[in-house]
Write a protein that binds this ligand. Structure first.
Ligand SMILES: Cc1cc2nc3c(=O)[nH]c(=O)nc-3n(C[C@H](O)[C@H](O)[C@H](O)COP(=O)(O)O)c2cc1C
Length: 170
């Protein structure tokens, strides 16, 4: 089985997870590439497609690419700033999954939290004092929690996830 890891990453969070996922794939028949318009993909059987969430989903170009993969096994992984857990992750995954072609199969999904640029926290701080302080304080707490992610435990979880996927594919 040939594997390819393809990812987008604007601040390096998903790139870190892509490298961890790549390292956890056994054997040598694998490669890893950053996705861009020029990405020449090799013919793999299994594609690990990674993305950072921006404004609710991943890039349109990546979704187009995903929809053009036919008769493939696809594994999605991503990082996002809001860490409100499984339900939120599932919504994000389902939105991306919807783009997978009918003749391809989604074998699994993995999401974890990723730190956000400090400009986001500054924006929250500026919004304080306008009647929504409780909500904004919650967003700031989430921002601070995200600051350490993806961390070593995210990397361990991603490796365990890959092991599980490989077993499923065997
Ligand atoms: C402009 C911008 C928009 C974002 N939008 C979202 C969002 O809608 N939902 C979310 O959970 N995180 C959002 N985030 C946080 C990113 O998903 C998070 O930082 C992610 O780990 C970035 O991954 P990357 O560095 O691999 O691109 C946003 C971050 C930025 C900078």
């Amino acid at each position: 089985m040939k594997y390819q890891v393809i990812y987008t990453s604007s601040t390096g969070n998903t790139e870190k997870m892509a490298k961890a996922i790549f390292a956890a794939i056994p054997g040598l028949d694998k490669d890893i590439v950053r996705f861009d318009q020029e990405t020449v993909r090799s013919e793999a059987d299994v594609y690990f497609i990674g993305f950072g969430i921006h404004k609710g989903t991943c890039s349109m170009q990546l979704l187009d690419f995903l929809s053009e993969l036919h008769n493939k096994k696809i594994v999605l992984f991503g990082t996002c700033g809001l860490g409100s857990g499984e339900e939120y992750y599932k919504c994000l995954e389902d939105d991306v999954k919807a783009w997978i072609a009918d003749d391809s199969e989604c074998v699994g999904c993995f999401m974890c939290q990723g730190r956000m640029p400090i400009s986001v926290r500054n924006k929250y701080t500026e919004m304080m004092g306008q009647g929504n302080d409780e909500k904004i304080e919650k967003m700031i707490r989430n921002f601070d929690k995200a600051m350490t992610h993806p961390d070593d435990s995210d990397v361990r979880n991603a490796s365990a996830f890959v092991e599980q996927i490989i077993r499923k594919l065997e």
